[in-house]
Design a protein around this ligand. Sequence first.
Ligand code: ZN
Length: 293
Amino acid sequence: MESYLVRALAKKHGIRGIACLTTGVVEEIAQRLDASPAARAALGYGLTAAALLGALLKVQQHIAVKFEGDGPLGKMIVESDSYGHLRGYVAQPSIALAPPFTANDVAAIVGQHGTLTVVKDLKVKELYRSVVPLQTGRPDTDLTYYLMMSEQVPSVVEIGAPIDAQGMLRAAGGLLLQLLPDGDLVALQQMAERLDDLPPVGEMLADGESPQDVLDTLFSGQDYEILETHPLRFRCTCSRERSRQALKLLDSSEIVKLLSKGEAVIDCHFCRERYVFDRHDLLTILDEIRTES
Ligand SMILES: [Zn+2]
């Protein structure tokens, strides 16, 4: 199933709306991580959160979001960029809890106590970094809190990734409504109330409604336009060359140690790709380290 994101704007009220369907890309990443249904539910929330935040970036910018709660999941890192590329990692992909899972279960899987860290590469000198305490463990409400407290932008975020009793992901996706600098706060509050009266967004998507349908329902009665629709895809930034560069940062004595083992193996946490450097590769790297030092 294609994963995609829709950006909309209600000019008169100064409200931006972003909605996305992430089922396919969540499944793909969960499979790569060999994630259990519980970890899959958390990834559904986390990756959708990253996709929504990624839609606020400008060209070439990148965002990483880390949820670090006291639940059984441990740490979850999700990343995206302005092009809709996503990747994710969870510390405990095999946590065994019995499905079904809804939003409250995800809050327990992540844990209510801990931190939410957002790191943005805005292609300026310094990285932007902000840390807020987790409020509920639900990635969407925690994201709403982050956007208000750290970025001072009134926002409404709702994400859904319901998992049925058989452990299948029924759908994943979400919604972000945000007030623009000159926007109408009352109109945003009315939309938030309308959202409260609707079924959970995960249920709407599981029932076959599209992200546009969800935006249509929320913006009903307002003039709004769809600005853009773009695909969301898995992509990992790891490569053999990057792993090689990482090895080159080691001390030559460390390379000698690896040589005595015969090879160096580097596994990417995000996509489980494995890069193996044999004796010959290591000797070349050792040579380079010695020449350059
Ligand atoms: Zn990778």
